[in-house]
Each structure stands twice: as C-alpha cells, then as structure tokens.
Design a protein around this ligand. Structure first.
Ligand SMILES: [Zn+2]
Length: 288
C-alpha cells in the first residue's frame, strides 16, 4: 500500500482510504455501456479515473471516518479467504488489508462502528475473518449498522449459491454474534455523520453524509460506481437491482450537489477518489 494513505478533513472529521484492490480495465461486466470508445470522449476522466486507452480505473477500498467521538469503517471490501464468489479473482484472497488498516492508525479492535452501505460482496467481506474453520467478527468491539430494508431483502432472497455464500460467511456471523443494529436509511450515527437513502442499486442502499463546522462530504456507496456515470447518469450498473430507480437517484443526487462545496468521496473511485460535482451541459462532471 502507499506509505501514507489518502485522507480528507471535513471540519473536525477525517476520512481515510484503506485500499484492498485496484484495477484498470475489466469493468465492462459492471458498466457494459462504458466502452473504451465512449469513455475516451469524456476527457476530464483522465488521468485519475481512466487511462489514455479509455480503460476505466477502479478501486475497492474502505473509508474510515474519525469523528471526535466515533471511529466508523464504511464498507469492508472483499475480505480474505472467502469462497464461492462470482468474480474469480475475489476468491481466496490473502491481502494485507488488516495490517494496512492498523498501520494507518486504526487497529481492528479500535473500530466502534461498521457501516455497510449495502450488502454486496465487496462491501461486507471484512465483516468477518476466518479463524481456524469459523467466520468470526473482524471488529469485535463494533456495532455493525445495516439498513433494515437491505438486511431483510438479502435474508429472504436465498436465490443463488453466491448470494447465500456472501450472506452466510459475511453477514450472518455478525448478526448471530449480536453485533448488528438494523437501522433506518436516514439513521444518524453521531452529530457529524448520518445516512442518506440512495436506493436503486439495492433496496436499502445508503450513502453517508458527513457535516462538521460548515463543511460537508458524501461517501457515495454504489449508487454511482465510476465518475463516467456523472457524464452518463443513465449508464446503470449490471448490479443495480432497479436500473430506472438508480438512474433517477444519480440524477437527483448529482443535481442536488452540483456547484456546491460538498466533497464527494467515491466508494469505487480510484486515483484522487474525491472531488466536487459540476454541471456539464445536461449532465455532470467531477472536478478533482
Ligand atoms: Zn461495490
């Protein structure tokens, strides 16, 4: 990992990015309309979010929010030792994520809140870790917050071996350990941090809004996967469960934030990862 992780200050709050995986290209499975030809036209994406060949850069990372009273990890990436994942490279990982987290000043025991923006594979993985043959909570001193509507949806779904594996190895063990608080999608975590519903990607999807001393930042979650969707809000992700709703959410949130001082911190944005949304014709762009 980088010697010093990227971080941002929002008033009295800091947000620190802990990277698990980064990729260039290979994102068509998630954003099929984002061909190289189509993306090359979106020039402002270079160099942070696209290379010179039009291949998209993406990242899987966690964001640690440190407030005066809380230490919150937002989304827990893929995790080590997981099996049954649909993307081959996401199985049996053996990465240094927990070491990097501790090196950044956040040993896992010191985390008091885990917030999963939604319950997809790359957002719940480090909820648990394998000890001998069991999945145990990685963050034993944390409350794990999940939107009630999100949890209920996935608990009932049980429709594929992959979904079942994800729920059983990364959600159920923390629930059974009594560490989960099911919350509403507009839940306030502390004075500076609250959830904002941004549904469409999943039924109970939340973004995380940070406000302190007149400064504001929004951690996106996956209502937007890549900044190309600011230029093309209708480029829905194959993982969006309701693509019309996710497109409405993107237009609504981008429209609300465009031209404001709210820092947008992307959950899968590579490179600079954060920026400000600007109006750009009848769409938007991210200024870093
Ligand atoms: Zn994701």
């Amino acid at each position: 990992m980088q010697a010093r992780p990227q971080s941002w200050r929002i008033g009295q709050v800091t947000v620190t990015k802990i990277v698990e995986l980064e990729s260039v290209g290979g994102s068509r499975f998630i954003l099929p309309q984002a061909t190289r030809e189509a993306c090359l036209d979106i020039d402002w994406m270079r160099p942070h979010f696209m290379d010179d060949e039009g291949r998209l850069k993406m990242s899987v990372h966690a964001l640690v929010i440190q407030t005066p009273t809380k230490r919150i990890i937002v989304d827990t990436c893929l995790g080590n030792d997981k099996e049954g994942r649909g993307v081959a490279g996401w199985n049996n990982l053996n990465g240094p994520f927990l070491r990097d987290l501790a090196a950044a000043g956040f040993p896992r025991e010191s985390i008091d809140t885990v917030m999963c923006t939604h319950l997809h594979v790359d957002h719940v993985g480090w909820n648990t870790m394998k000890v001998e043959d069991r999945w145990v909570p990685t963050f034993p001193n944390a409350r794990y917050l999940m939107a009630r509507s999100e949890f209920t949806y996935w608990q009932a779904k049980r429709d594929s071996a992959e979904h079942n594996a994800i729920f059983d190895d990364s959600v159920k063990p923390v629930f059974e350990a009594g560490l989960v608080d099911l919350v509403e999608t507009d839940h306030r975590i502390c004075d500076e941090v609250r959830l904002v519903p941004t549904v469409g990607h999943t039924p109970g999807h939340c973004s995380v809004l940070i406000s302190s001393e007149g400064h504001e930042a929004l951690i996106t979650g996956d209502f937007v996967h890549h900044p190309c969707q600011m230029a093309m809000p209708a480029w829905a992700s194959t993982a969006d469960y309701d693509q019309e709703q996710s497109t409405r959410t993107r237009r609504e949130v981008f429209g609300r934030l465009a031209g404001t001082r709210t820092l947008v911190i992307g959950t899968h944005f590579a490179g600079a990862t954060a920026g400000h949304i600007k109006n750009d014709g009848d769409a938007f762009r991210l200024e870093v």
